[in-house]
Design a protein around this ligand. Structure first.
Ligand code: CAA
Length: 259
């Protein structure tokens, strides 16, 4: 499939890399881009050869937010009846394979929200995160008011949402928004390395780990622990569990078949 607002490539026969590609608008997220991103994500999720997806942008911008030139013309009716955001931004939530955001440059507004929809964020040292919607007379609309406090706590989330200020990569790492910060020229290698590491494990186990960790953000602790326990028990029915443990006991490398 050919795309105009994103590019895709496969690395090491296993990792799908999706690059947001509207450089003139700092990867502002318009309908076409979000439709293409959704289609690419779904395609890679369904491809048995792919074990992990990396979502990235340019050195200058992961994404500078939803496309303001489009939103500037919106009425309430356009936003509400058109199901703005929900219609084509939520696909990423249904992706079952791990998705890593590799963020350099600006990740603002919807760009920060898109990164937060990924399973974890690896940031370059030039990354800047923020929810500047308040400056436009709106609030974050792609989950920012909910995911940011869960990631960084109420104090910092309120600070960012109410002042619209940006935080740099070091602050984002201290706050727990990003899992690692690396020099800009190492970002793609770092994300690819993490993705390849994930691909080497049992795909059933990595999907289960993702599902279980995501449960921590919905429902009670008791429900989450019960959900984890059931998945944990179920994994003893997989060939990969037998292989992984046999390999450890016999001091050899494991070869997972994703069964
Ligand atoms: N939408 C549309 N176009 C955008 C854009 C956006 N979100 N962000 C940047 N651009 C465009 C600029 O208009 C500019 O286009 P022209 O060259 O045609 O003028 C081009 O990208 C380059 O941008 P700048 O010249 O502004 O670059 P800069 O380096 O001086 O500044 C920036 C970079 C600080 C990121 C600045 O572009 C900026 O503040 N952008 C808007 C950020 C923002 O408010 N994002 C939130 C959007 S609302 C949202 O996302 C809602 C939601 O929750 C889903």
């Amino acid at each position: 499939m050919s795309y105009e607002c994103i590019t895709t490539r496969i690395e090491g026969d296993k990792v799908a890399v999706i690059t947001l590609n509207r450089p003139k608008a700092l990867n502002a997220l318009n309908d076409q881009l979000m439709d293409e991103l959704g289609a690419a994500l779904k395609g890679f999720d369904a491809d048995p050869a792919i074990g992990c997806i990396v979502l990235t942008g340019s050195e200058k911008a992961f994404a500078a937010g939803a496309d303001i030139t489009v939103m500037a013309k919106f009425s309430f009716a356009d936003a509400y009846k058109g199901d703005f955001i929900t219609r084509n931004w939520e696909t990423i939530r249904s992706i079952r394979k791990p998705v890593i955001a590799a963020v350099s440059g600006f990740a603002l507004g919807g760009g920060c929200e898109l990164a937060m929809m990924c399973d974890f964020i690896i940031a370059a040292d030039n990354a800047k995160f923020g929810q500047p919607e308040i400056k436009l007379g709106i609030i974050p609309g792609a989950g920012g008011t909910q995911r940011l406090p869960r990631a960084v706590g109420k104090a910092k989330a309120m600070d960012l949402a109410l002042t619209g200020r940006m935080m740099d990569a070091a602050e984002a790492e201290r706050a727990g928004l990003v899992s690692r910060v690396v020099p800009l020229d190492k970002l793609q290698d770092e994300a690819l390395g993490a993705a390849l590491q994930i691909c080497a494990f049992s795909q059933i186990a990595t999907m289960a780990a993702k599902e279980a960790v995501n449960r921590a953000f919905e429902g009670t602790l008791a429900d989450g622990i019960m959900f984890e326990r059931r998945l944990f028990h179920a994994l003893f029915a997989t060939t990969d569990q037998k292989e992984g443990m046999d390999a450890f006991v016999n001091k050899r490398a494991a070869h997972f078949t994703h069964q």
